[in-house]
Design a protein. Structure first.
Length: 180
């Protein structure tokens, strides 16, 4: 069966249960922390997938990675279901799917701005205002970082769409056109 289909189905079911119990917002925070933990420590997914690590230890690691609020009954029931169905190794994929589903349902856009140098407060505010105008009534989860490799300019990523207004991209485009 498709690796993406199973996490999507679990995430959808979890979302329905969480909405019914009034825990959707809390679980969104837990799932975001799980995704962040997996991104920061890629070996964590390997430990969870290891068949020689006990279910109790795996569950403990997941609860620890989820952090505050992980004692929630919906979350513990979810982990128990995954353990019973031998799907704990998919918890990070399910967490990503849950977060994406939650954002879609709530009209939240994930926005990341990468600039060559730190943006001034006024420039960042202008950029946020401009992005907000184009979100069609949605809200944004904004993050920014600096990447000197851009040489100059910035990139804006909204969910899967990317606007690249960097000098390094201009150089790439120039190189491609010269090679033609």
């Amino acid at each position: 069966m498709n690796e993406g289909l199973i996490p999507r189905r679990y995430a959808k079911a979890l979302y329905k249960v969480a909405v019914g119990r009034g825990d959707a917002d809390l679980l969104y925070g837990l799932m975001n922390r799980l995704v962040a933990a997996c991104s920061q420590q890629p070996s964590l997914a390997g430990v969870i997938a290891n068949p020689f690590v006990s279910v109790v230890d795996k569950t403990g690691l997941i609860v620890s990675a989820a952090g505050e609020g992980s004692g929630n009954s919906t979350f513990t029931d979810f982990l128990r279901l995954l353990a019973d169905n031998r799907r704990l190794d998919m918890v990070f994929a399910i967490a990503r799917e849950y977060a994406a589903l939650y954002r879609r349902e709530k009209g939240i856009y994930k926005v990341e701005v990468v600039s060559a140098a730190p943006l001034s407060d006024s420039d960042e505010k202008r950029l946020k205002d401009l992005i907000n105008k184009n979100l069609q009534g949605g809200t944004m989860e904004y993050s920014s970082r600096v990447n000197p490799d851009l040489i100059g300019g910035f990139t804006v990523t909204i969910d899967n769409r990317k606007l690249d207004a960097s000098v390094s991209n201009e150089f790439k485009q120039l190189r491609v056109s010269l090679l033609k």
